[in-house]
Design a protein. Structure first.
Lengths: 406, 406
């Protein structure tokens, strides 16, 4: 494998970042490429073209995941990341991990290196921005799909099953299950946070992926005329929701290391002269510490009881996800750290505040590791950025890690 | 005029409530008939047919208001209300005032009574639910349209000018201006509140229409990944907005007689794992006491300054409406009160918490009066209700008022 190091090509990586980033490009230079959309499918087709040209055995599994097989052997080293984005997101989140895997194949091919059995995977719908179900493709592959998930619908009423069928699949993503075929799982991803930038290091090793609780909260009050309903008689669903939003934010601020966000909110009927009778909002709580996460969710439960009593509303919590924090494989972390040292980077172990597909193989018992690539301007916005140079260095570290782990 | 009293027909009124209420009927028995929509136009066509059959001179002015002229003379007594609804509203709000005017014409015709110069008007888009501009038709008629209003667009990007042109007008509603042609203005409307019901009286005289401030508030923060952005660094537009929603609610509760509502809210980009970078919400503050209304708006200004300082967001207020409270004409109130006594109702003077088209002639200097008809279940919902009996009594009071005021 080491012979491939010299063939890693920064210019090619840079060009492909742009070429892949052009699929679903938005007016302000971002990317909108929702899960199971024609844009996500086009991204997979482009990546498949590159990998097929280097001898990859291309398949799409029943969850629409793109798989390109290389080398031979019973059990594979998986190198994977995702190819979807949030609405008006960036061109690095997920995509860069796939591009580094493609560059590894290009470099190994150019160097004439014999590859071990590798599966390069582009996961479907990691973000969950369309159907509210994140890590979709990897959950299907590792037997971790939520019950009844294929019936979930997007804003236009299209279900996951419908969307799969529109792409030529039979609508049963659970059939994508990978059964004991994986030796180990590696994922490269931009950090999406400031730690590597602050530490002036291009790469880092992920120790823990935070646990995540996702809720959909429905507040039912009473709609009424904004001018003729006295303040005393009101059961205003939005005022009750605002109290819960603030209680959640305050609780997360008090509990260091835990973060909480309300990213979506809607009020019905939604006219300026009508008191909101129903408000629906989402809750996202994350922590490397499961107790911290549960404590913040419990403050929200208190705020709910308070709203029911004092505001006369009804509040329902729908749990969309409840994943524990995951500590990644110690042996792989060691190998990744050694590979980093070989490319001249003193390894730093990091907490991932974002959820990642790597959670699914790790929770399914596959030895799993992740490398973070330095990124700026956060992520999930058009300004997220990583350099082709850092991606090339990550590709080299990946080559060295595989040499060590194979 | 008094001869017409005996010809007021409860059954006919009841039938026409249903016939008019069928235009734009919704699945749960409500009405969706937005301003300048085909449904609103169809309602005007139905009313025009009834009035033309009794000799009305039918016109549509450049704001699409329906005008039916009767009798002769230089200056008219205007009897008016509106024919639009909020989304999934009821079949009484606005419509019943027009139906009582139609019934007055029917009764006077049947009795062979010579009418004074009357203009029966069905106003366009009182609710403002589509373009965010309430009291549209009457504002056009009395020279009180906001600057540049015709460029305002609905959710589908259709401007007011476009919508007017689609109905065959030339897109300049300001040309609907009524110039000194009105002797006085009368409006009948359901109360939309509980006071007449509680007092067990079918009718009441409006003393004051509350002043209204409508704002569109835009909070600009910074979008970011919900998992990787520490709580300390956040500029969460929704958390800042939630503080403002609560400050507003609290201020209105402290200031008796003033009400405040946030009826619409949206968060962008609107994904559960993205911190809201922009939140837009509407504010509706109403009071019979202009100082009270200004005091509540000033608390909101304080909350804005606080949000800018503590949350690092930018906040912009866009004033959509800022109307003072209006005390209606004392002479007309006296005549309406006497008419109520004649039909056996002890007059009660009321504050209108809802805005009404009557504000516009009143602020333009036309002597203006309003009668409220008892209603139940609030309004702006499918369950709002008033009886045909109360509407018939209101028609009789209207006949007697005109006899007194002519």
């Amino acid at each position: 494998m080491r012979a491939a190091l010299a063939k890693v090509d920064v210019a090619r990586l840079g060009e492909r970042i742009e070429e892949l980033g052009a699929i679903g490009r938005t007016a302000d230079g971002g990317v909108t490429r929702l899960g199971l959309s024609p844009e996500e499918d086009a991204a997979k087709t482009l990546v498949a073209r590159w990998l097929q040209a280097r001898g990859g055995r291309i398949t799409r599994d029943p969850a629409a995941n793109l798989i390109a097989g290389f080398g031979s052997g019973d059990r594979a080293i998986v190198i994977a990341s995702h190819l979807d984005s949030v609405p008006n997101g960036g061109k690095y989140d997920g995509h860069l991990g796939v591009l580094c895997a493609v560059e590894l194949i290009e470099a190994a091919t150019a160097a004439g290196v014999a590859l071990p059995r590798l599966d390069i995977i582009g996961w479907t719908d990691e973000e969950g921005a369309r159907f509210g179900v994140g890590l979709f493709g990897s959950a299907a592959a590792y037997g971790r799909l939520p019950e009844g998930v294929v019936a979930r619908r997007d804003r236009d009423g299209v279900s996951i099953a419908d969307a799969l069928r529109a792409l030529g699949h039979d609508g049963d993503p659970a059939a994508a299950r990978r059964r004991g075929t994986d030796r180990l799982y590696l994922e490269l991803h931009i950090e999406q946070g400031p730690n590597l930038e602050r530490a002036k290091r291009p790469l880092g090793v992920v120790r823990t992926i935070v646990g995540i609780t996702h809720l959909r909260v429905t507040v039912e009050g009473a709609a009424g005329h904004a001018g003729t309903t006295p303040m005393e008689g009101r059961r205003d669903a939005l005022v009750a929701a605002a109290e819960m939003v603030l209680a959640l934010d305050d609780a997360a601020r008090r509990r260091g290391g835990t973060v909480a966000t309300v990213g979506e909110i809607s009020a019905e009927p939604g006219a300026k002269n009508v008191i909101p009778g129903r408000v629906i909002f989402t809750v996202d709580v994350r922590s490397p510490d499961d107790d911290g996460r549960r404590a913040v969710v419990s403050v929200l439960e208190d705020a709910k009881r308070d709203a029911v009593q004092r505001r006369g509303v009804r509040v329902d919590f729908d749990t969309l996800a409840d994943l524990p924090a995951v500590e990644l494989d110690k042996g792989i972390r060691g190998a990744l750290g050694e590979a980093l040292r070989e490319v001249g980077v003193e390894p730093l172990e990091l907490v991932s505040g974002a959820g990642h597909d790597a959670q699914n193989p790790a929770l399914a018992g596959v030895p799993t590791g992740m490398l973070f690539i330095r990124s700026t301007n956060g992520s999930h916005n058009p300004r997220e950025h990583a350099t082709a140079e850092d991606a090339a260095l990550a590709t080299k570290a990946l080559i060295l890690s595989i040499a060590r782990l194979n």
